[in-house]
Design a protein around this ligand. Sequence first.
Ligand code: SF4
Length: 54
Amino acid sequence: MDKHILSGVNCDVKSCIYNRSGKECSASSIKVDSTCNDPSNCDETACRTFIGRD
Ligand code: SF4
């Protein structure tokens, strides 16, 4: 299994292949960005490293 857990990341997206125990991320790094056209007035972000489970 994965030995690497990304320190400092608390993620509950269980549908992602990198998620472990509903709270940890096993990716080597993550990229997060805004989902809105105006990031300065946006309250939505998304992890672009997400890969859904089959
Ligand atoms: S890659 Fe992103 S969505 Fe997937 S477990 Fe890590 S932080 Fe969560």
